[in-house]
Design a protein around this ligand. Structure first.
Ligand SMILES: Nc1nc2c(c(=O)[nH]1)N[C@@H](CNc1ccc(C(=O)N[C@@H](CCC(=O)O)C(=O)O)cc1)CN2
Ligand SMILES: CC(C)(CO)C(=O)C(=O)O
Ligand SMILES: [Mg+2]
Length: 273
Protein backbone atom coordinates (compact mmCIF):
# COMPACT_ATOMS: atom_id res chain seq x y z
CA UNK A 1 0.00 0.00 0.00
CA UNK A 2 2.99 2.32 0.43
CA UNK A 3 3.19 1.64 -3.29
CA UNK A 4 -0.08 3.51 -3.80
CA UNK A 5 1.54 6.62 -2.30
CA UNK A 6 4.43 6.40 -4.82
CA UNK A 7 1.85 5.76 -7.52
CA UNK A 8 0.30 9.18 -6.82
CA UNK A 9 3.66 10.80 -7.58
CA UNK A 10 3.92 8.89 -10.86
CA UNK A 11 0.39 9.87 -11.83
CA UNK A 12 1.31 13.53 -11.37
CA UNK A 13 4.32 13.13 -13.66
CA UNK A 14 2.21 11.27 -16.23
CA UNK A 15 -0.59 13.84 -16.09
CA UNK A 16 -3.07 11.14 -15.03
CA UNK A 17 -5.58 12.92 -12.74
CA UNK A 18 -6.22 11.43 -9.30
CA UNK A 19 -9.88 10.83 -8.37
CA UNK A 20 -10.59 11.01 -4.63
CA UNK A 21 -13.83 10.92 -2.60
CA UNK A 22 -14.67 10.91 1.08
CA UNK A 23 -16.12 7.94 2.97
CA UNK A 24 -17.35 7.53 6.55
CA UNK A 25 -18.40 3.90 6.91
CA UNK A 26 -17.96 0.39 5.52
CA UNK A 27 -21.14 0.49 3.41
CA UNK A 28 -20.11 3.48 1.30
CA UNK A 29 -16.39 2.76 1.27
CA UNK A 30 -17.00 -0.67 -0.23
CA UNK A 31 -19.09 0.75 -3.08
CA UNK A 32 -16.69 3.62 -3.81
CA UNK A 33 -13.70 1.25 -3.79
CA UNK A 34 -15.50 -1.00 -6.28
CA UNK A 35 -16.02 2.07 -8.49
CA UNK A 36 -12.24 2.40 -8.75
CA UNK A 37 -11.72 5.57 -6.72
CA UNK A 38 -7.96 6.11 -6.27
CA UNK A 39 -7.99 7.59 -2.78
CA UNK A 40 -10.66 7.49 -0.07
CA UNK A 41 -10.45 10.23 2.53
CA UNK A 42 -12.14 9.62 5.86
CA UNK A 43 -12.73 13.36 6.05
CA UNK A 44 -13.72 15.09 9.25
CA UNK A 45 -16.58 16.49 7.10
CA UNK A 46 -18.28 13.29 8.33
CA UNK A 47 -19.09 15.33 11.46
CA UNK A 48 -21.38 17.40 9.21
CA UNK A 49 -22.63 14.94 6.57
CA UNK A 50 -22.95 11.79 8.71
CA UNK A 51 -23.34 13.04 12.30
CA UNK A 52 -25.36 16.24 11.86
CA UNK A 53 -22.92 18.72 13.41
CA UNK A 54 -22.77 22.29 12.06
CA UNK A 55 -18.97 22.27 11.68
CA UNK A 56 -16.14 19.71 11.76
CA UNK A 57 -14.94 20.93 15.16
CA UNK A 58 -16.84 18.59 17.55
CA UNK A 59 -15.46 15.34 16.06
CA UNK A 60 -13.29 13.41 18.54
CA UNK A 61 -10.34 11.14 17.82
CA UNK A 62 -12.26 8.13 19.18
CA UNK A 63 -15.17 8.87 16.84
CA UNK A 64 -12.81 9.27 13.89
CA UNK A 65 -11.10 5.96 14.64
CA UNK A 66 -14.50 4.23 14.83
CA UNK A 67 -15.37 5.54 11.33
CA UNK A 68 -11.90 5.06 9.81
CA UNK A 69 -11.71 1.43 10.95
CA UNK A 70 -15.07 0.76 9.31
CA UNK A 71 -14.00 2.44 6.05
CA UNK A 72 -10.73 0.51 5.94
CA UNK A 73 -12.63 -2.78 6.37
CA UNK A 74 -14.57 -1.99 3.20
CA UNK A 75 -11.58 -1.09 1.01
CA UNK A 76 -9.43 -3.40 -1.08
CA UNK A 77 -7.70 -1.08 -3.54
CA UNK A 78 -7.96 2.59 -2.68
CA UNK A 79 -5.46 4.44 -0.52
CA UNK A 80 -7.22 5.26 2.77
CA UNK A 81 -6.28 8.62 4.30
CA UNK A 82 -7.77 9.83 7.60
CA UNK A 83 -8.27 13.44 8.73
CA UNK A 84 -6.82 14.24 12.14
CA UNK A 85 -9.74 15.89 14.01
CA UNK A 86 -9.59 19.46 15.35
CA UNK A 87 -7.27 19.81 18.36
CA UNK A 88 -5.83 16.31 18.19
CA UNK A 89 -2.53 17.51 16.62
CA UNK A 90 -2.11 21.28 17.02
CA UNK A 91 -0.87 21.44 20.62
CA UNK A 92 2.49 19.72 20.09
CA UNK A 93 4.44 17.31 17.88
CA UNK A 94 4.04 14.67 20.59
CA UNK A 95 0.25 15.06 20.50
CA UNK A 96 0.28 14.73 16.71
CA UNK A 97 2.36 11.55 16.84
CA UNK A 98 0.11 10.07 19.52
CA UNK A 99 -3.07 10.84 17.56
CA UNK A 100 -1.76 9.76 14.15
CA UNK A 101 -0.21 6.71 15.77
CA UNK A 102 -3.56 5.65 17.19
CA UNK A 103 -5.12 6.00 13.73
CA UNK A 104 -2.51 3.77 12.07
CA UNK A 105 -2.52 1.25 14.94
CA UNK A 106 -6.29 0.99 15.45
CA UNK A 107 -7.43 1.17 11.82
CA UNK A 108 -6.00 -0.24 8.61
CA UNK A 109 -5.68 3.23 7.07
CA UNK A 110 -2.31 4.06 5.51
CA UNK A 111 -1.97 7.83 6.02
CA UNK A 112 -3.27 10.89 7.83
CA UNK A 113 -4.19 14.40 6.70
CA UNK A 114 -3.90 17.59 8.74
CA UNK A 115 -4.73 21.25 8.13
CA UNK A 116 -2.34 24.19 7.90
CA UNK A 117 1.12 24.91 6.52
CA UNK A 118 2.45 27.52 8.96
CA UNK A 119 5.97 26.81 10.31
CA UNK A 120 4.95 24.84 13.43
CA UNK A 121 2.63 22.63 11.36
CA UNK A 122 5.35 21.99 8.75
CA UNK A 123 7.64 20.94 11.62
CA UNK A 124 4.92 18.60 12.91
CA UNK A 125 4.57 17.07 9.44
CA UNK A 126 8.35 16.48 9.28
CA UNK A 127 8.23 14.77 12.68
CA UNK A 128 5.30 12.53 11.67
CA UNK A 129 6.97 11.58 8.39
CA UNK A 130 10.23 10.75 10.20
CA UNK A 131 8.17 8.55 12.53
CA UNK A 132 6.90 6.47 9.61
CA UNK A 133 3.52 8.15 9.19
CA UNK A 134 2.65 9.32 5.66
CA UNK A 135 1.03 12.77 5.78
CA UNK A 136 -1.20 14.65 3.38
CA UNK A 137 -1.36 18.44 3.80
CA UNK A 138 -4.38 20.75 3.42
CA UNK A 139 -4.11 24.51 2.77
CA UNK A 140 -6.33 27.30 1.44
CA UNK A 141 -9.72 27.08 3.15
CA UNK A 142 -9.08 24.96 6.23
CA UNK A 143 -12.52 24.18 7.75
CA UNK A 144 -11.14 23.56 11.25
CA UNK A 145 -10.44 27.35 11.29
CA UNK A 146 -14.06 28.21 10.42
CA UNK A 147 -14.28 30.54 13.42
CA UNK A 148 -11.52 32.67 11.87
CA UNK A 149 -12.04 32.16 8.12
CA UNK A 150 -15.70 31.29 7.64
CA UNK A 151 -16.17 29.24 4.45
CA UNK A 152 -15.04 32.01 2.08
CA UNK A 153 -12.59 31.47 -0.75
CA UNK A 154 -9.00 32.00 0.40
CA UNK A 155 -5.95 33.39 -1.41
CA UNK A 156 -7.66 36.09 -3.44
CA UNK A 157 -5.05 38.81 -2.84
CA UNK A 158 -1.49 38.42 -4.19
CA UNK A 159 -0.11 38.49 -0.62
CA UNK A 160 -2.49 35.77 0.59
CA UNK A 161 -1.79 33.71 -2.53
CA UNK A 162 1.96 33.96 -1.90
CA UNK A 163 1.42 32.88 1.70
CA UNK A 164 -0.58 29.80 0.67
CA UNK A 165 2.05 28.89 -1.95
CA UNK A 166 4.76 29.21 0.71
CA UNK A 167 2.76 26.93 3.04
CA UNK A 168 2.41 24.31 0.30
CA UNK A 169 6.15 24.45 -0.42
CA UNK A 170 6.91 24.11 3.31
CA UNK A 171 4.67 21.03 3.56
CA UNK A 172 6.39 19.46 0.54
CA UNK A 173 9.81 20.17 2.09
CA UNK A 174 8.57 18.58 5.34
CA UNK A 175 7.81 15.37 3.45
CA UNK A 176 4.05 15.50 2.81
CA UNK A 177 3.12 13.10 -0.01
CA UNK A 178 0.26 15.24 -1.40
CA UNK A 179 -1.61 18.45 -0.57
CA UNK A 180 -5.30 19.31 -0.65
CA UNK A 181 -6.03 22.80 -1.97
CA UNK A 182 -9.51 23.89 -0.85
CA UNK A 183 -11.55 26.83 -2.16
CA UNK A 184 -8.76 28.93 -3.70
CA UNK A 185 -8.70 30.68 -7.10
CA UNK A 186 -7.92 28.35 -10.02
CA UNK A 187 -4.95 30.51 -11.04
CA UNK A 188 -3.37 30.13 -7.58
CA UNK A 189 -3.99 26.36 -7.55
CA UNK A 190 -2.35 26.11 -10.99
CA UNK A 191 0.69 28.07 -9.79
CA UNK A 192 1.05 25.85 -6.71
CA UNK A 193 0.56 22.67 -8.77
CA UNK A 194 3.35 23.71 -11.17
CA UNK A 195 5.80 24.54 -8.37
CA UNK A 196 5.29 21.35 -6.33
CA UNK A 197 6.70 17.93 -7.21
CA UNK A 198 4.05 16.22 -5.01
CA UNK A 199 0.45 16.02 -6.28
CA UNK A 200 -2.16 18.66 -5.45
CA UNK A 201 -5.72 17.44 -4.86
CA UNK A 202 -8.21 20.24 -5.43
CA UNK A 203 -11.69 20.92 -4.09
CA UNK A 204 -13.07 24.21 -5.34
CA UNK A 205 -9.60 24.92 -6.76
CA UNK A 206 -10.12 24.74 -10.52
CA UNK A 207 -9.12 22.12 -13.09
CA UNK A 208 -5.32 22.41 -13.05
CA UNK A 209 -4.72 20.37 -9.88
CA UNK A 210 -3.23 16.87 -10.13
CA UNK A 211 -6.42 15.41 -8.68
CA UNK A 212 -9.87 16.26 -7.34
CA UNK A 213 -11.73 15.36 -4.16
CA UNK A 214 -15.43 15.75 -3.39
CA UNK A 215 -17.47 15.04 -0.29
CA UNK A 216 -19.46 11.91 -1.21
CA UNK A 217 -22.67 13.19 0.35
CA UNK A 218 -22.53 16.09 -2.16
CA UNK A 219 -21.71 13.73 -5.06
CA UNK A 220 -24.76 11.60 -4.26
CA UNK A 221 -27.31 14.30 -3.43
CA UNK A 222 -27.38 13.43 0.27
CA UNK A 223 -26.39 16.86 1.65
CA UNK A 224 -28.85 19.56 2.73
CA UNK A 225 -26.35 22.25 1.76
CA UNK A 226 -23.47 21.92 -0.67
CA UNK A 227 -20.57 24.30 -1.33
CA UNK A 228 -20.86 26.20 -4.63
CA UNK A 229 -18.04 24.12 -6.18
CA UNK A 230 -19.62 20.71 -5.53
CA UNK A 231 -21.25 18.70 -8.35
CA UNK A 232 -24.11 16.30 -7.64
CA UNK A 233 -23.87 13.19 -9.84
CA UNK A 234 -26.94 11.33 -8.50
CA UNK A 235 -29.96 12.26 -6.38
CA UNK A 236 -29.91 9.40 -3.90
CA UNK A 237 -31.62 11.55 -1.27
CA UNK A 238 -34.79 11.67 -3.37
CA UNK A 239 -34.50 7.95 -4.23
CA UNK A 240 -34.21 7.01 -0.53
CA UNK A 241 -37.24 9.12 0.44
CA UNK A 242 -39.33 7.67 -2.43
CA UNK A 243 -38.42 4.07 -1.52
CA UNK A 244 -39.19 4.59 2.18
CA UNK A 245 -42.49 6.36 1.34
CA UNK A 246 -43.55 3.44 -0.86
CA UNK A 247 -42.63 0.97 1.91
CA UNK A 248 -44.65 2.94 4.49
CA UNK A 249 -47.67 3.02 2.16
CA UNK A 250 -47.44 -0.73 1.50
CA UNK A 251 -47.16 -1.59 5.20
CA UNK A 252 -50.12 0.65 6.06
CA UNK A 253 -52.25 -0.69 3.19
CA UNK A 254 -51.38 -4.33 3.94
CA UNK A 255 -49.62 -4.81 0.58
CA UNK A 256 -46.35 -5.70 2.32
CA UNK A 257 -45.49 -8.30 3.43
CA UNK A 258 -47.22 -10.58 0.92
CA UNK A 259 -49.41 -13.49 2.10
CA UNK A 260 -47.54 -16.70 3.10
CA UNK A 261 -46.26 -18.83 0.21
CA UNK A 262 -47.48 -22.40 -0.22
CA UNK A 263 -45.04 -25.00 1.18
CA UNK A 264 -44.01 -26.05 -2.36
CA UNK A 265 -42.96 -22.52 -3.23
CA UNK A 266 -40.75 -22.13 -0.16
CA UNK A 267 -37.51 -23.06 -1.91
CA UNK A 268 -35.58 -19.87 -1.16
CA UNK A 269 -32.97 -19.79 1.59
CA UNK A 270 -33.07 -16.63 3.61
CA UNK A 271 -30.09 -14.79 5.13
CA UNK A 272 -28.69 -16.69 8.08
CA UNK A 273 -30.36 -20.01 7.30
N1 LIG B 1 -21.20 18.92 2.48
C1 LIG B 1 -19.93 19.34 2.62
N2 LIG B 1 -19.45 19.61 3.85
C2 LIG B 1 -18.16 20.01 3.98
C3 LIG B 1 -17.35 20.20 2.84
C4 LIG B 1 -17.89 19.90 1.57
O1 LIG B 1 -17.21 19.97 0.51
N3 LIG B 1 -19.20 19.47 1.50
N4 LIG B 1 -16.07 20.70 2.99
C5 LIG B 1 -15.70 21.33 4.27
C6 LIG B 1 -16.25 22.74 4.34
N5 LIG B 1 -15.88 23.55 3.20
C7 LIG B 1 -16.75 24.50 2.66
C8 LIG B 1 -16.31 25.27 1.62
C9 LIG B 1 -17.15 26.23 1.07
C10 LIG B 1 -18.42 26.40 1.56
C11 LIG B 1 -19.35 27.44 1.00
O2 LIG B 1 -20.54 27.23 0.94
N6 LIG B 1 -18.85 28.61 0.58
C12 LIG B 1 -19.71 29.66 0.05
C13 LIG B 1 -20.25 30.55 1.16
C14 LIG B 1 -19.18 31.27 1.89
C15 LIG B 1 -19.66 32.00 3.15
O3 LIG B 1 -20.51 31.47 3.89
O4 LIG B 1 -19.17 33.11 3.35
C16 LIG B 1 -18.94 30.49 -0.95
O5 LIG B 1 -19.58 31.10 -1.81
O6 LIG B 1 -17.71 30.55 -0.90
C17 LIG B 1 -18.89 25.60 2.59
C18 LIG B 1 -18.03 24.65 3.15
C19 LIG B 1 -16.26 20.50 5.40
N7 LIG B 1 -17.68 20.25 5.23
C1 LIG C 1 -12.63 16.82 1.32
C2 LIG C 1 -12.15 17.86 2.31
C3 LIG C 1 -10.83 18.44 1.82
C4 LIG C 1 -13.18 19.00 2.35
O1 LIG C 1 -12.90 19.90 3.37
C5 LIG C 1 -11.98 17.31 3.70
O2 LIG C 1 -11.00 17.54 4.36
C6 LIG C 1 -13.10 16.59 4.37
O3 LIG C 1 -14.01 16.10 3.70
O4 LIG C 1 -13.05 16.50 5.60
MG1 LIG D 1 -11.38 17.56 6.45
Amino acid sequence: MALRIQQLQQWKQQGRPIAALTAWDWLWARLLDRAGVDLLLVGDSLAMVALGHKTTLPLTLDQMIHHAAAVARGVESALVVVDLPFLTYQASEAEAIASAGRILKETEAQAVKLEGGYPEMAATVARLVRSGIPVMGHVGLTPQSVNQLGYRQQGRSPAEGDRILAEALALEAAGAFAIVLEHVPATLAERITRQLTIPTIGIGAGNACDGQVLVTADLLGLSDQTPPFAKTYADLGAAVIAAAETYCQEVRSGQFPPPPLSAAAQTHQSIGS
